[in-house]
Design a binder for this molecule. Structure first.
Ligand SMILES: Cc1cc2nc3c(=O)[nH]c(=O)nc-3n(C[C@H](O)[C@H](O)[C@H](O)COP(=O)(O)OP(=O)(O)OC[C@H]3O[C@@H](n4cnc5c(N)ncnc54)[C@H](O)[C@@H]3O)c2cc1C
Length: 507
């Protein structure tokens, strides 16, 4: 959708010449938000932004909000984030007590290793994992607990990716233990980003073909250039071929972190779906045609290392939010992640500003949570998180908050929907050069790759920004536009920013 908007805005392509093929019946992919008070609301995740999401703000500068045609989505995010400033007073909770602005707890060796990582060049790190790089005690520090839960890093993920995050978000270090500098959308990202973008694209005449799965793309080599010739698409089980014309361009999103997501309910856990469909199968078919098209196996073949589970809770009264606001010291929407340090599932919850959905009634509250370690046994509920129903997830949360009998009142009529995502951290898996293809591969004539599994040096995956940057790069390069790509913010080159970050680490 970003590529479509940029094709229209920068490339002067008519909307009616743009066709978006989407396998599901809903747009937005990972930027989801759905449900009602009756069925329960669902968000697979909540997105944190920061002021240097340059491509994102550039794109949404020209997209009006749904409610005010004079206000852009970017302006709304900035205005909302000024009104509800994130500054956590309860980033960690231990034995039922909040810890305000936790100390990092790094020893000399941990600090040295972090400093060395900052100075390392990415190539030298290869496929080294975080647990291979750092001493064991690093993984017990408050720094790691806050870092890993904020960005969803696991010890077996690529340390090269962690290094990129350290460089890219170095300006956030001084406020890391309070989540300062984080910006948020007014509502969930489907309502705040996807719906306005969809409306804008629709007004421009863009065609949306839903429930249309692209199963394969045929490329041909012509004068040492690769040309996309045709697509195979499946609509309601029927396969057909779509031939590309000489003047057509093709933009393909490779892989997806939310592919094969599955839902549970108050009574049932979600079922882990492992078969490879949709985006991963398409990328495998594409990759088999040239080594320049990347290596999906590096990212999608270890579901035991890439999955985790989130949950969305719809509440029928305000008692739990009132309790949490008092307990954390933060009004909903100003605290961000609250992580239970002694939770074996490594549970965190976020209470967003309410209403979080456009259609959310006044007497309903919605919050989100997740656990990094879904295969561990709970501390109160003696089951793996992945085997728990929504009701059991709430019982474990109640234990960590020491709610006791109050849980019955707080969660009366609550609907907790668990969501298992097999590939949620696939983009952090160790990779080698070439595993992520370039946005526009060297020999590509009429196509580009988009999304989290393309290579954009210096920028960070698991962000909306990365996907939008890939769209910007794809459109500018393929159409040979004179516009310069929005530069990636380089706080790591600013001595004052660097000094503040280093001081935060060493003090
Ligand atoms: C739990 C969670 C937390 C997150 N937190 C943050 C955060 O704090 N900050 C942040 O910036 N980002 C965050 N993200 C990441 C961000 O949401 C994603 O990086 C971004 O939305 C990816 O967008 P995309 O369009 O590249 O890919 P996707 O969202 O994966 O979209 C791909 C789309 O293509 C469709 N598709 C795939 N294959 C096919 C096919 N073969 N044929 C037709 N259609 C197909 C899919 O159905 C989907 O609609 C988070 C994501 C999640 C899930």
């Amino acid at each position: 959708m970003s590529a479509a908007a940029l094709l229209i805005r920068e490339g002067q392509v008519s909307g009616s010449n743009i066709h978006i093929l989407e396998q599901s019946d809903r747009l937005g992919g990972s930027l989801d938000g759905s449900g009602s008070p009756e069925t329960g609301y669902l968000i697979r995740g909540g997105r944190m932004f920061e002021e240097h999401f340059g491509c994102t703000f550039d794109l949404f500068d020209s997209i009006p909000t749904l409610t005010d045609s004079q206000k852009s989505v970017s302006a709304e995010i900035k205005e909302f984030s000024r009104q509800y400033v994130t500054s956590s007073k309860s980033r960690l909770v231990r034995t039922g007590q909040k810890i305000e602005a936790p100390q990092f707890g790094l020893n000399f060796r941990n600090k040295w290793e972090l400093g060395r990582l900052l100075l390392a060049n990415e190539e030298s790190l290869g496929t080294t994992t975080i647990q291979e790089y750092f001493s064991l005690d690093f993984l017990q520090t408050n720094f790691w607990i806050m870092w890993s839960t904020m960005f969803a890093f696991q010890p077996w993920h690529a340390v090269a990716e962690m290094r990129r995050y350290m460089h890219r978000f170095i300006h956030l270090f001084p406020g890391l233990n309070r989540l300062e500098g984080i910006l948020r959308t007014k509502y969930n990202q489907y309502d705040s980003l996807i719906l306005p973008l969809f409306e804008w694209l629709q007004n421009q005449g863009v065609n949306f073909r839903m429930q249309t799965e692209v199963t394969d793309i045929e490329f041909e080599l012509q004068d040492s250039q690769f040309k996309a010739r045709s697509l195979r698409v499946r609509v309601h089980g029927k396969e057909t071929e779509l031939a590309l014309r000489a003047q057509d361009f093709l933009f393909v999103t490779l892989g997806s972190m939310t592919e094969n997501s599955s839902l549970g309910s108050m009574q049932t856990p979600p079922k882990l779906q492992t078969e490879s469909i949709g985006s991963w199968q398409l990328w495998k078919n594409i990759a088999s045609q040239s080594p320049d098209f990347g290596n999906p196996q590096a990212f999608c073949s270890r579901i035991d290392q890439t999955k985790w589970e989130s949950f969305t809770v719809t509440l029928r009264n305000h008692d739990f939010f009132r309790f949490m606001e008092e307990f954390t010291g933060n009004r909903a929407g100003t605290g961000g992640l609250v992580t239970f340090k002694d939770s074996s599932w490594r549970l965190s919850v976020v209470l967003a500003h309410q209403p979080h959905f456009l259609n959310q009634p006044e007497d309903v509250d919605v919050f989100w949570g997740y656990g990094l370690f879904g295969d561990r046994i709970g501390d109160s509920v003696k089951k793996k998180m992945s085997e728990c129903s929504g009701e059991e997830l709430l019982a474990e949360l109640a234990h960590h908050l020491r709610l006791g009998d109050r849980a019955t009142r707080f969660f009366a009529g609550a609907n907790c929907i668990p969501c298992m995502m097999p590939f949620i951290t696939s983009q952090f898996m160790p990779r080698q050069a070439g595993d992520r293809p370039e946005v526009v591969p060297k020999q590509a004539k009429n196509f580009a790759f988009l999304g989290q599994f393309t290579e954009i040096p210096k920028d960070c995956v698991f962000t909306v920004e990365y996907s939008i940057r890939s769209a910007q790069r794809a459109v500018y390069k393929l159409l040979d536009l004179k516009q310069q790509e929005t530069p990636i913010y380089r706080g790591d080159r600013n001595p004052a920013v660097l000094w503040r970050a280093l001081w935060t680490l060493i003090k």
